[in-house]
Design a protein around this ligand. Sequence first.
Ligand SMILES: CC(C)(COP(=O)(O)OP(=O)(O)OC[C@H]1O[C@@H](n2cnc3c(N)ncnc32)[C@H](O)[C@@H]1OP(=O)(O)O)[C@@H](O)C(=O)NCCC(=O)NCCS
Length: 217
Amino acid sequence: MANTFDNVLIRKFKSEDKESVRKISYATSFLDNPHAFLDDEELVADALTLYFTDYEPESCFVAISQENVIGYLIGAKSDACMNRVLFPRIYPYLLMKALKVGMFFRMKSLQCLFHFLASSLRGEFSTPNFSREFSAVLHINIDKNFRGAKIGHKLMEHYLEYLMENKVVGVRASTVSELAKDFFAQLGFKIVFRSRRSYMRYRLGKDVPLYILGRRI
Ligand SMILES: CC(C)(COP(=O)(O)OP(=O)(O)OC[C@H]1O[C@@H](n2cnc3c(N)ncnc32)[C@H](O)[C@@H]1OP(=O)(O)O)[C@@H](O)C(=O)NCCC(=O)NCCS
């Protein structure tokens, strides 16, 4: 039977939630196995959340239990607007920070970067452009102690309603998790692209699937 957690509140993200969101983003990265790949917690959290928490906080939601953030959904209404911040601001910032913390001198980080680069050179990061049909994007993560209790569904309901109010026509999500793919399918998302990525193979011993799922609002 599914877990239930009483009194889980879904509300809009506030700036004081930022540290908790960043912590969950790191803990849930690389299929809940970040330390096997990268120890640079701040850098990983920046890469995963900085645009959303700092440039589009109005599109972000958190799940609260006993005053703690136990999950979040961070979104962007328009990937084109998001890219106008990512390329000139966030990516250069990440590069500078990586240099500053000496990421390129640590074996674990170098190994991870090498495998990302190899995967990218094999074309595994090229995907079709879904900007017109599914312009909104999202990342959703629930603390692993609270999964399977419909908290993800509740966060998604709030986000979908928000997108509808803002007259967004479509939303998409990308995932390398079979379980997450099933979660999105339950919410009416359809697979619009699938492929495989090899960048985690050196640790997991296998490729991971990539699913892009889209839904009209
Ligand atoms: C995927 C995720 C957001 C779903 O949120 P959730 O609150 O656990 O899921 P819900 O309870 O709302 O929905 C349950 C359904 O989600 C799917 N699901 C995905 N991961 C699950 C998990 N770890 N435990 C239980 N159900 C999970 C199942 O299809 C399940 O359906 P079922 O109960 O009929 O088997 C959450 O499990 C999570 O954060 N997982 C790890 C990170 C991740 O994969 N994020 C998505 C990538 S963008």
